[in-house]
Design a protein around this ligand. Structure first.
Ligand SMILES: NC(=O)c1ccc[n+]([C@@H]2O[C@H](COP(=O)([O-])OP(=O)(O)OC[C@H]3O[C@@H](n4cnc5c(N)ncnc54)[C@H](OP(=O)(O)O)[C@@H]3O)[C@@H](O)[C@H]2O)c1
Length: 292
């Protein structure tokens, strides 16, 4: 039995589908019964919260493998999950970390994941660590401005990112849960097309048949204020500003061959992701054009 945390998110729901299709016994940890709607047939769910250790014993009962995705910046949820995993006798953990752990110097986003990687190692359970770069699904963050006026804010200018499809992260996690040796201890997962925001917008515009205007943002602080109009927790806001500065300076875009090596195929392309998600962007732009 494999327990999946973050089972309703971008990576988790792809992973649940892949493991169920492979005939694995899968248990999704969900925060409310309604969130379990839409899980594939045959997938068990247990209602629990990583913030509340008392809810985890039932989720981990009889489990031998764990896919651990910890949202947010706190470490307690990881501690609780790992304690439950040890009690249950879990024999392998796949932890979803971040490529920021491998950046030099390591930014705050990386340090949070690094500290959680240390918790995973300290738990003494054999583990695989996946360090993905920016997700293609981050493009969904453009929806509010596309809805508001058909534009996208660009805080990174010449910086490029080889965004990865959450589907590919899930595919690597599925391999690691089955055959950890094929992945190794830590894999840095990227797509293979480093693109600027302007280039990403052009790919999306072509796939969805929409027009997208790019608006430069003068400072990373302005971009973060726009994303969190009511204010973000200071530690998160500082980390986002730092992350945007690093993205702006990475004009090459980090790229590795790890997805190709592990899956035996190229990473999925950004245009493929855009085509699969075109409807949601088209709808947003059309909604923005309707008189209010
Ligand atoms: N986005 C990126 O570019 C990027 C890059 C590198 C690493 N990462 C890492 O990837 C992870 C996010 O992955 P994702 O995008 O697939 O996730 P996501 O779509 O943001 O979904 C988060 C998932 O976590 C669940 N969750 C939230 N709080 C929880 C709690 N207290 N207890 C149990 N479950 C909880 C949510 O459940 P509900 O359905 O109840 O909300 C949801 O299933 C983060 O750890 C992030 O640091 C992201």
């Amino acid at each position: 039995m494999i327990v999946i945390t973050g089972a309703t998110g971008h990576v988790g729901r792809e992973l649940v589908g892949m493991l169920a299709a492979r005939g694995e016994r899968v248990r999704a940890l969900v925060r409310s019964p309604e969130r379990a709607t839409g899980l594939p047939e045959g997938v068990e769910h247990v209602v629990g919260d990583l913030e509340d250790p008392a809810t985890l014993a039932a989720a981990f009962d009889g489990v031998d493998r764990l896919f651990l995705l910890v949202p947010g910046i706190r470490h307690e949820p990881a501690r609780h999950a790992l304690a439950a995993a040890r009690t249950a006798g879990v024999r392998h953990v796949v932890y979803l970390s971040s490529y920021a752990v491998a950046a030099d110097p390591m930014p705050a986003m990386g340090r949070w994941h690094h500290d959680r990687e240390e918790l995973v190692r300290a738990a003494g359970i054999p583990a695989t660590v996946l360090r993905p770069c920016g997700f293609m699904s981050n493009t969904l963050d453009w929806l509010p401005t596309l809805r508001a006026g058909g534009y996208v804010l660009d805080p990174v200018g010449p910086g490029r990112a080889a965004l990865i499809d959450p589907y590919d992260i899930a595919a690597v996690a599925a391999v690691a849960l089955d055959e950890p040796g094929r992945v190794g201890g830590a894999a840095v997962l990227t797509g293979d097309q480093p693109l600027t925001v302007t280039e990403q917008a052009a790919v999306l515009a072509a796939a969805a048949g929409i027009e997208i205007e790019i608006r430069d943002v003068r400072t990373p602080e302005e971009a973060v204020r726009f994303r969190y109009p009511n204010g973000a927790p200071p530690a998160l806001a500082d980390a986002l500003v730092e992350g945007l500065r690093l993205m702006r300076s990475d004009v090459a875009g980090v790229r590795t061959e790890h997805v190709q090596r592990i899956l035996g195929r190229a990473p999925r392309s950004f245009s493929d992701w855009c085509e699969r998600n075109a409807d949601v962007f088209r709808t947003a732009v059309q909604a923005g054009r309707r008189p209010r």
